[in-house]
Design a protein around this ligand. Structure first.
Ligand SMILES: [Ca+2]
Ligand SMILES: [Ca+2]
Ligand SMILES: [Ca+2]
Length: 268
């Protein structure tokens, strides 16, 4: 007995749906990034501490070192401990903006935004230049530019090409000046961070805002060094598979899978 036309159509429809599902599952739509947020004005947020616990030993850039150049110096390269980052920024239409260091006499928020900071506009991208993968990056963000209130979209690209994002938005009632500490963000990737972009966005539409912001106390941790003697970083022919540096290996070269996303205390 042959199946009816309706049954065959249902079978074909199910087959196509299954095929599309398998295609979807094969595309890496999200990475293994853990986001940590500490919204200013939210006393229950402890994202910065959790980030510190997860990241381990952190190097800090507080922009107070005279070697960064005089007040107003353009910053296209930012050292944070042993890691060098390329810095780039852009207006919403893509026109480049040059980030620079600046002394702000009204910034007296210890360990958050204090004295000299990094000034940017609309979007700011950190690109690690170091050989050793960067595992963790965090910073405090100040919403400047009195004409607009912004939230901050944090986009992370990992070394395996996966991308993730989340939004930092504080819970401080607006006072009309729109000058406020937005909060702290931290991201951790066991795969390694290829790029992190902070974008000032309209809290309602999510579109990029033409708005000034500052960052300070940039915190960074490199991926731990793996001892080659204990590592199976060889292919079946016994050849080393090191991707980023000799004597070190990564998820991709060792077959090690990192943990999945571990939300911070208060992902909005
Ligand atoms: Ca500072
Ligand atoms: Ca603003
Ligand atoms: Ca804001």
């Amino acid at each position: 007995m042959f199946p009816s036309v309706a049954s065959r159509r249902m079978f074909l429809t199910a087959l196509i749906a299954l095929h599309l599902l398998l295609i979807t599952l094969a595309v890496p739509v999200s990475g293994d990034v853990a986001f940590y947020f500490q919204r200013e004005g939210s006393p229950d947020d402890v994202g910065e501490a959790l980030f510190g616990e997860e990241a381990g030993a952190l190097a800090v850039q507080d922009f107070e070192d005279p070697e960064l150049g005089p007040d107003g110096a353009d910053l296209t390269v930012l050292p944070v401990g042993d890691v060098e980052f390329g810095l780039s920024a852009a207006y919403p239409d893509g026109e480049p903006f040059m980030p620079f260091k600046w002394y702000v006499p009204s910034f007296y928020f210890e360990d958050k935004l204090y004295a000299t900071v990094l000034v940017s506009f609309s979007s700011l991208t950190f690109t690690p230049q170091s050989e050793q993968p960067v595992r963790a990056l965090g910073a405090w963000v100040y919403d400047d530019g009195g004409a607009l209130d912004s939230a901050y979209r944090i986009d992370v690209a990992e070394l395996d090409g996966a991308t993730s994002h989340a939004v930092l938005e504080n819970e401080i009632p607006l006072d009309g000046s729109y000058h406020e500490i937005e909060g702290f963000f931290g991201v951790v990737s066991d795969v390694g961070i290829a790029e992190v972009t902070i974008t000032a966005i309209d809290p309602v539409s999510g579109e990029a805002n033409p708005d000034t912001f500052e960052v300070d106390h940039v915190r960074v941790a490199e991926a731990p060094v793996v001892d080659e003697s204990d590592s199976p970083c060889v292919n079946p022919r016994g050849k080393p598979l090191h991707r980023h540096r000799r004597h070190k290996c990564t998820k991709n070269s060792c077959g090690h899978r990192p943990h999945r996303v571990k939300p911070g205390a208060s992902v909005p």
